[in-house]
Design a protein around this ligand. Sequence first.
Ligand SMILES: [Cu+2]
Length: 364
Amino acid sequence: MDEHLLDGRVGRRKFLKRAGLVGATLPVAGGFIVSACSGSAAPAAPATVNPNSVKVPPPTSNATNVSRSDTPEQIDAGHKKGIEDFLKNQTTPLTKGKGMVELAPRVENGVKIWDLTMDEIDWETVPGKLEKARGYNNMIPGPTLRATVGDRVRINVKNNLTESSTIHFHGILLDNKNDGVPYVTQDPIKPGASFTYEFTVPNQGSHMYHSHLNSADQVNRGLLGAFIIDPKDKTGWPAYDKEVILILNDSLLGFTLNGKGFPATDAIVMKPTEKVLVRWMNEGMMYHPMHLHGGTMKMFARDGYLMPQGQWYDCDTIDVPPGSRMDCIMTVPNPGVWAFHCHVLSHAEAPNGFFGLVTAVVAQ
Ligand SMILES: [Cu+2]
């Protein structure tokens, strides 16, 4: 009998076993699921990019092609292979390079210090597809930085690119000189040069840091990361067991979640009884209504600002506008593997299967 991977004809246990998710150590150590208590040179890009020349790919840019002459069996086989590859990726990553590793600061005289580099790298977004990319500390997204309101922090940055850049700390209410906008608050950081940002963190939230120079190119190619600012106390917050950061991006590197496109995306593994804080961030240039099968997302904060408890609301499709961060508590009460994808369907599914902004929640 033909096997159907995502419906009831293959039992959950068999499915999870095939996925390597039964009796196996789940692939959380690489950094996808972050504890609630918890971080090659490429050819030079053109020095200037005419906005009209920035390439926005067709909707199925990181899907493999399907021919009109493909048979239904060939099309189905494409779908099946994508799911099988995604499952393999959960135990043995199909792509090189892991982004968004939390980077612990070193502390000197009470100041939390991070050293960042801006690098030109080849980044594998989907198996076998190397992109001319840029990253902080050679990864996409860059290392996750984490501090607490009131901390004094210092970020030393070295520009290894062949063009200038700056860093903007998106969402953090800084003194003007640390805002990272070229010729508005600072001179560009030239190729080979270094720069230091230092400030006292005033406000909590799921914030971001990214390039603010030639940013339609630099941010789209990967100069971005999460900067999580914890409050001194979590009064007014909902309860949760663990947390996940999900950073959306699009265009120059295709549609990516945390720097990877399906089938190289990481599943979210949770218990049906658990509450998972999901910190959505959109570093791309498009809207992505992210739709969860089988569960609920309770919205409680936007751009780091807590909503009063009476205004929290449940949804299963969360629209994350470019630049915004949405914090929600995800619950998935029924065991199983649940699709989780952008509902602009041309960002998620081609005739031969899923690609791009697709992952799954494994509730077990
Ligand atoms: Cu989308």
